[in-house]
Design a protein around this ligand. Structure first.
Ligand code: PMP
Length: 394
């Protein structure tokens, strides 16, 4: 049987990571994979996470199974963090999932269970794993215009025009903040317009929130999600704790499903528990418990927020430095968008041959579509990258 298997296409980002590792040059810069790194190139365990883990080791008396939905306190704490009371709690069903990927997958599963004909509309481009999972599941998917290559900002007219053709009951997948891979995000006004189009078309939003706290701050980064969830009858939210708590490998995420009426929540919750049961029974608990411990303890929470803020401001500073250096070298504001983008990524809009030259001639690794991870830079490598971009473009 196994001899019938064919090679699967390699994950481009993971393949790039391997090439970087194999590169013998001393000066090389990894702007590939989506993991936060500090100025030393380290992805640290956050202080509050360490402390919460210490406490857990000391106090945890059992590793017996949680419920199928995971620990209800985790759901409560995350719902507070994300929605902050904008939606009545009794309209929200939630399950813990293995990371934000698990939340997206279970969200798609829930859509398929509820309405197998629903098409999933996604931004062009989007996180490639959205597309890969949808294809694997055989779900109908279609892109809407999102990114204007010329300005490296949101092509909002194109987006609205495409969303204007969405069919009743279709799902519109949106990034809550810090759009991956582009870094270009909707303004509050644009979000209001999207809400009116969603309502007009009778479409259902699904929000992927993987970087809360990486853009403009914890509350600001939840604003799009709060506005949409607060305005719509139904909404799905797939949240990840991987980045903002730095618990990548613990696989910590939450899927929320908001119903129009509180009376529907029990059945929705039952279906979500069922989906967890069919796929892996109980979701991972360690990361979720660490997150809950931090969110519920005022001191740990304050420390986590402070460290997250340092991370966020550090990335913003790198954005400003890079945009400034490129402005100086090109004598233009062509790259000013880098300072406007938010989150860990920016798509630079460089053609593939320039991305290739950056790698071969300068040891600078970014994804082929010219997405760079801003956290892969530091004060020393910002000028190196800026100079290399200008040279590679010649
Ligand atoms: N959604 C988006 C847009 C992402 O960028 C990521 C992480 N790369 C995820 C979801 C899921 O992350 P994880 O499964 O590691 O929590």
């Amino acid at each position: 049987m196994l001899e019938t298997l064919k090679e699967q296409p390699a994950d481009k980002i993971l393949a790039l990571m391997q090439m970087y590792k194999d590169d013998p040059r001393d000066l090389k810069v990894d702007l590939g994979v989506g993991v936060y790194k500090n100025a030393e190139g380290v992805t640290p365990v956050m202080r509050a996470v360490k402390e919460a883990e210490r406490r857990l080791v000391e106090t945890q008396e059992t590793k017996a199974y949680t419920g199928l939905a995971g620990d209800p306190e985790f759901a409560d704490a995350m719902i507070d963090l994300i929605l902050d009371g904008t939606v009545a709690r009794d309209r929200i069903a939630a399950i813990a999932t293995p990371g934000g990927t698990g939340a997206c997958r279970q969200g798609f599963e829930l859509v398929r269970l509820a309405n197998p004909d629903a098409k999933i509309w996604h931004s062009d481009p989007t996180w490639p794993n959205h597309l890969s999972i949808l294809k694997f599941m055989g779900m109908p998917a279609q892109s809407y215009r999102y990114f204007d290559e010329a300005t490296a900002l949101v092509d909002f007219d194109g987006m609205v025009e495409d969303l204007g053709t969405v069919a009743k009951g279709d799902i519109v997948l949106l990034h809550g903040c810090c759009h991956n891979p582009t870094g270009a995000n909707l303004t509050a006004e644009q979000v209001e317009k999207v809400i009116s189009v969603l309502k007009e078309r009778d479409a259902i939003p699904m929000i992927d929130l993987a970087y809360q706290g990486f853009g403009d701050g914890l509350d600001a980064d939840a604003a799009t999600t709060r506005a949409i969830a607060g305005a719509m009858d139904e909404c799905l939210i797939a949240a990840s704790c991987s980045k903002n708590f730095g618990v990548y490998r613990e696989r910590t995420g939450l899927l929320m499903a908001i119903s129009a009426e509180a009376g529907q929540t029990k059945t929705v919750q039952g279906n979500m528990n069922y989906l967890n049961r069919q796929n892996y029974s109980f979701p991972p608990d360690h990361g979720a418990r660490v997150v809950t411990t931090i969110l519920k303890d005022p001191d740990l929470r304050a420390d986590w927020e402070a460290e997250l803020e340092e991370v966020r401001l550090g990335m913003l500073e790198l954005r400003k430095q890079l945009a400034g250096e490129l402005a100086r070298l090109t004598n233009s504001d062509r790259y000013a968008f880098i300072a406007e983008h938010r989150g860990m990524f920016s798509r630079l809009g460089l053609p593939p041959e320039v991305v290739e030259r950056l790698r071969t001639d300068h040891g600078i690794y970014m994804v082929g579509d010219s997405r760079m991870n801003i956290a892969g830079l530091n004060e020393k490598t910002v000028p190196v990258l800026a100079k290399a971009i200008v040279e590679a473009e010649k």
